[in-house]
Design a protein around this ligand. Sequence first.
Ligand code: ZN
Length: 403
Amino acid sequence: MSSDRREMTVVGDGTVGGGVTPPVKAAAEVTVMPDLRLRPNPNNEHRPDNYDDLQLEFSPCIFSSLERYLPLNMLSSNRDDKAKFMSGIILKYLPREERARAKRHMEYKQKIISNYQPLHKELYTLDPTFFFVPSFLKAINEERLRDKKIEKKATSLKSIISEPSPGVLVFDMLQPKFCEMMLSEVENFRKWVKEIKFRIVRPNTMSNYGAVLDDFGLDSMLESIREDFIRPISEELFPDVCGSTLDSHHGFVVEYGKDRDADLGFHVDDSEVTLNVCLGKEFVGGELYFRGTRCEKHVNTDTKSETTISSSKQETFDYCHKPGQAVLHRGRHRHGARATTSGHRVNMILWCRSSAFREIKTYQKEFPDWCGQCLREKKERQRQTLAARKKELIRLEREAEEV
Ligand SMILES: [Zn+2]
């Protein structure tokens, strides 16, 4: 497989100014006021507002929890004013460069949201029974009950998820009607961008087509998917990349086929866990190929494909997309997409990130839990230690005999 040998690309998101976008309020102009102050202690009697439906780039729950710390005279203000005030506070604590980048992205997003008319409003708020197939919904609900210790039985999570290759989870997820609606929403957005000749930021540094769903108002819906559906699965099946603490995301669609991107080169994602769901339509080709998970240091090492010891050690795996079906894998799992040779393929992708994992990663040197090469090296060291001990034992035995 020639792609194994290619130099690996780490794909970043295509946000304005590049890099990871710190979330910032998009609904209003935010001025960084020097005298913004929160109270040192929370007002525990105060019941905070819900910010879920506002177009905010910071997580709505940050606003709800920060609200208890607002100065007394702000507590009774309207929700928009409170959000504006709190955004100002959060911005104040971002490093200068990040603040400028966040401001640019906020203005960009604001421009889209105030001008773009959504085609299907029902897509913008999560409606689990409309979005998800019943088997998926049932398994997640059971997992939730188990989490809350209401139910002690094993969940059916594993019964709906298959793992055709280590670290590649496959399951049915989206309803056909939802996929159809999402496709037409994306098409509507694409037409709008073309009509008004708006220059949009592409979803990642390797795609020329597609769109960032977070940028045109789908961010809080995607946040609910991440928080309520992907996090429980990741907690159970990807604990080694802090699957239980996923706390931000980058959500987008990629489009392949004629007049779109043809394929996507070999790469790793800027995510801890990636959800990749095919929305449709009719297409030939476009298989995803996986070649083992690697840490940053080992990203260009060989793929393990020997099947002699155990077939489960096989790192080479190809997956054919099926509309509505999801693939979930670690961001560091090396992969690419082959050319979509005919038709048109659209996939919805959610890069889920954990700030806790990123913090831990800066202190950790080895990742044998998920990096194939780190594991190989660890085993090799163990083998050498064992061999050295054996040799030493033989030597001691011989010495004893001589005596
Ligand atoms: Zn490694």
